[in-house]
Design a protein around this ligand. Structure first.
Ligand code: 5AD
Ligand code: SF4
Length: 458
């Protein structure tokens, strides 16, 4: 063997559950570990370190983590017999909520870390590799993790995520986020703009601003003033080579006039908004502590469509919140009929320990929840299919993101977040182009590229 000074590369496998925020966090964890020599592994078997980045928002998450940990234990032991190491870490919201239980029930886990402590990961890995005994770090720190993380690798590709806000102070009755992600925190303007510029320089043509309560963002500007999300969106719209901007997830309570108007004034702001309403019944919305009525949501939808006529809307729904009656459910169905959603996520209410709704009497029976969910999902599916069908024959702009499954095909996203594929040269990846939609498949669209000649005729 030669003695070239290339350090042995270690391999990292991250399994991510849950929201875009977790996907983003996984990317940041990979970033902080890269300087320690960790590159990506395709499977946990071949990894020197495995991180389970968990989500606690709905039931059974913890059980899934424990069953994964059981399988990983076998792999870890097999590696140990072969004289190799596997560092095992559990991150994310399950780690935050059940850190002690993890170390008790799965002592082969080396590191447990909550969402606020990723910047300590390299130090924890170093300690875990040296010594036995699990490391637990799930405190909400006074200082912010954003201050310590390195700039993210500017290589997220054409579509990039940028977390601008974390946590939530809204305490909806059913939700664990205020307990697992902690109080609302907004990143300062300068850090966000610097990261956005780096992402664009690295090839991003669409940036999605992320936050559990993204439209409650209020960041400190260099001059000491406080900006709101609307102001930030206008500033991002000034960046050259950034044709697309999105933000998610918003709360109806924080959808102010200025933000709604921005949808009409900023062409880069994509005409698609995910705005969870959860229920169409004012009684249930009050029980959920949502702080708004169905009417406010409907008004926001109307105003958004007035500001931007091609606006498509998406939402989250929960059926069977404690106390929900057949009449309340009918109000949700009515709201869905009235709005017409391009996309939606709907869930059966699940009791999350420690949340106010979990202790309420009048829990809804499982079979009633099932029936309500089926009814709601049938309507939402019909609306989604109708929305996609309406796109057939239309022209739109697509951001091409990656090669398609078949040779000669390229995948992309429409302004309304629909996956789309077209026969196109790979060189179009990372650029936007005009297409005409030709076919609706169950979960994607097919389109043909409009060449310059056709464009001139159009
Ligand atoms: N039960 C069911 N759905 C839930 N969600 C959050 N908590 C619960 C729960 N306890 C849903 C909400 C939220 C989405 C991310 O997950 O609809 O908007
Ligand atoms: Fe959870 Fe409500 Fe906060 Fe959304 S607004 S993260 S549902 S507490």
């Amino acid at each position: 063997m030669t003695d070239t000074a290339v350090p042995p590369r270690k391999r990292l496998f991250i399994r991510t559950w849950g929201c875009q925020m977790n996907v983003y966090d996984s990317g940041r964890m990979a970033d902080v570990l890269a300087p320690l020599g960790y590159g990506p592994a395709e499977t946990p078997e071949e990894a020197d370190m495995v991180i389970l980045n968990t989500c606690h928002i709905r039931e059974k998450a913890a059980e899934k983590v424990f069953s994964d940990l059981g399988r990983l234990r076998v792999m870890k032991e097999a590696k140990a017999e072969a004289g190799q190491k596997m560092v095992l870490a559990v991150a994310g919201c399950v780690a935050q909520a059940e850190g002690k239980e993890i170390t008790a029930r799965a002592p082969w886990v080396d590191i447990v870390l909550g969402p606020q402590t990723y910047h300590r990961l390299p130090e924890m890995v170093a300690r875990a590799s040296r010594a036995a005994g699990a490391q637990i770090d799930t405190d909400f720190p006074v200082e912010q993790k954003f201050d310590h993380l390195p700039e993210p690798a500017a290589s997220q590709g054409p579509v990039a995520f940028l977390t601008i806000q974390e946590g939530c102070d809204k305490f909806c009755s059913f939700c664990v986020v205020p307990y697992t992600r902690g109080a609302e925190f907004s990143r300062p303007v300068a850090a966000i703009l610097a990261e956005a510029k780096a992402l664009v320089a690295g090839g991003a043509r669409e940036i999605a601003l992320l936050g559990q309560n993204v439209n409650a963002w209020h960041g400190e500007a260099p001059d000491g003033s406080t900006w709101n999300l609307t102001r930030l969106l206008y500033a991002l719209a000034e960046l050259a080579d950034l044709p697309r901007i999105r933000y998610t997830t918003s709360h109806p309570r924080d959808m102010d006039e200025g933000l709604i108007r921005a949808h009409g004034a900023i062409p880069q702001l994509m005409p698609f908004l995910h705005l969870p309403v959860q229920s169409g019944s004012d009684r249930v919305l009050a029980a959920m502590n949502r702080g708004h009525k169905a009417d406010l949501f409907l008004r926001i939808c109307d105003e958004l469509r007035e500001a931007r006529p091609d606006m498509a809307l998406s939402s989250d729904f929960i059926v069977g919140h404690p106390g929900e009656t057949a009449e309340d459910h009918a109000a949700t169905m009515k709201l869905v009929e009235r709005v017409g959603f391009a996309l939606a996520y709907s869930f059966k209410y699940s009791q999350r320990p420690g949340t106010p709704a979990a202790g309420q009497p009048f829990q809804v029976a499982e079979d009633v929840k099932d029936a309500r969910l089926q009814e709601l999902q049938a309507l939402l599916r019909q609306q989604q299919d109708g929305f996609n069908e309406d796109c057939v024959g239309r022209e739109c702009e697509v951001l091409f993101t990656n090669p398609g499954r078949h040779p000669g095909q390229v995948m992309g996203r429409t302004p309304w977040l629909q996956p789309l594929h077209a026969e196109a040269p790979l060189s179009l990846i990372g650029t936007t182009a005009r297409v005409r939609v030709t076919v609706r498949h169950p979960n994607s669209l097919r389109a043909t590229l409009l060449d310059q000649k056709e464009l001139a005729l159009a």
